[in-house]
Each structure stands twice: as structure tokens, then as C-alpha cells.
Design a protein around this ligand. Structure first.
Ligand SMILES: [Zn+2]
Length: 75
């Protein structure tokens, strides 16, 4: 089955911003358990999940920070 025309809809479908006819087409199509689209939907879900992760701030280990500050003060 040729479903490449649905490619742009998966992310929107997961974000639930897909409405109306396009949404109905995607849902109906997925109900047929098309392997290509299910795989693409999984990829889209992962991409959306990663995008929604809060950016993690990296905290320097306090000991290393102290060492670094000492080294900077010496100069
Ligand atoms: Zn499909």
C-alpha cells in the first residue's frame, strides 16, 4: 500500500492537532494496522517525546567546580 502521502500527518496526529478529514483518514487507515504507518507512527511518537523532554541543565560536580575556581584564582 502506498501511504507516503500520510507521512506529514503522524506527528500532528500524535500532538492531536490533526483535525477533520485528515485525522479521520489517518485514524481509519491505522485501524487497518498498516505496518508501514504503524512504524512511522512509532517514529513520530519518539520524535515528539524527545522534543517534549525538558532540556536538562548540566550541573558541574561541586568538587570539580571548587577545583576549577581555585585554579582560576591562582592565575
Ligand atoms: Zn499505511
Amino acid at each position: 500500500m502506498d501511504c507516503q502521502h500520510l507521512d506529514e500527518y503522524y506527528e500532528l496526529c500524535i500532538l492531536e492537532t490533526l483535525t477533520g478529514e485528515a485525522c479521520a483518514i489517518v485514524r481509519e487507515h491505522l485501524a487497518n494496522r498498516c505496518p508501514y504507518c504503524l512504524a512511522r507512527l512509532r517514529e513520530a511518537a519518539r520524535a515528539v517525546y524527545l522534543l517534549c523532554q525538558p532540556a536538562r541543565t548540566v550541573r558541574p560536580d561541586p568538587k570539580r567546580k571548587a577545583q576549577l575556581l581555585r585554579r582560576l584564582q591562582r592565575k
